[in-house]
Design a protein around this ligand. Structure first.
Ligand code: K2U
Ligand code: ZN
Length: 188
């Protein structure tokens, strides 16, 4: 008799994972390259995408769910557009432009804090896709902002690290206060 549970686990093994929040030291780790793109890599990316959609967010780096591998998922499609998931394994920035693009950034690991950050408005990137094929392309506007934000995560850098010390400390204190209040509410 076929074990239906095993069949279901094969068909849809996706699962949401917890997103690490500042000042968790794991977020400061430098992530390691993926040596071989496998079904295990794809299962992780499926989980990351499900976690990102549930947050909700438009990008997520593996370190944000505690996995120190150079993997990013992203979906820049609008609310009323078809979902367009993108997968980036071992992404590299090959070229960028001098023109800087200011953007009010947020981060799922720094909840409810937004500040303007300036980054190059266009970057040439090279990465492996979901199937391990090499892709080289230019990213601009929100795509450029998001991929640079996520690649910072792979190097243990958060967007608040681009701010002044005062603003960074204020962000961390605000997140810690909110997390304490959430814990107290949950305990009541
Ligand atoms: O790294 C993350 O936490 C994902 C960010 C990606 C992002 C940061 C800055 C600018 C664009 C994207 C989260 O998706 S932050 C939440 C968010 C959602 C929609 C638009 C912008 C930011
Ligand atoms: Zn982030």
């Amino acid at each position: 008799m076929l074990d239906v549970r095993r069949l279901i686990s094969y068909l849809k093994p996706m699962a949401q994972r917890d997103i690490l929040i500042v000042p968790n030291p794991v977020l400061k780790q430098v992530s390691k390259p993926v040596e071989k793109v496998s079904d295990k890599t794809r299962a992780l990316m499926d989980d990351m995408l499900e976690t990102m959609y549930a947050a909700p967010g438009i990008g997520l780096a593996a370190i944000q769910v505690g996995v120190p591998l150079r993997i990013i998922v992203m979906d820049l499609s609008g609310q009323d557009e078809e979902p367009t998931p993108r997968y980036f394994i071992n992404p590299e920035i090959l070229e960028d432009v001098e023109e800087l693009l200011p953007w009010e950034e947020g981060c799922l690991s720094v909840p409810d804090f937004y500040e303007e950050v300036e980054r190059p408005g266009r970057v040439k990137i090279r990465y492996l896709n979901y199937h391990g094929e090499q892709i080289t392309e230019w990213a601009e506007d929100l795509y450029a902002v998001c991929i640079q934000h996520e690649m910072d995560h792979l190097n243990g850098v958060l967007f608040i690290d681009h701010l002044s010390r005062l603003k960074r400390q204020r962000a961390i204190r605000k997140v810690q206060k909110t997390e304490r209040e959430k814990a107290l509410d949950a305990a009541e």
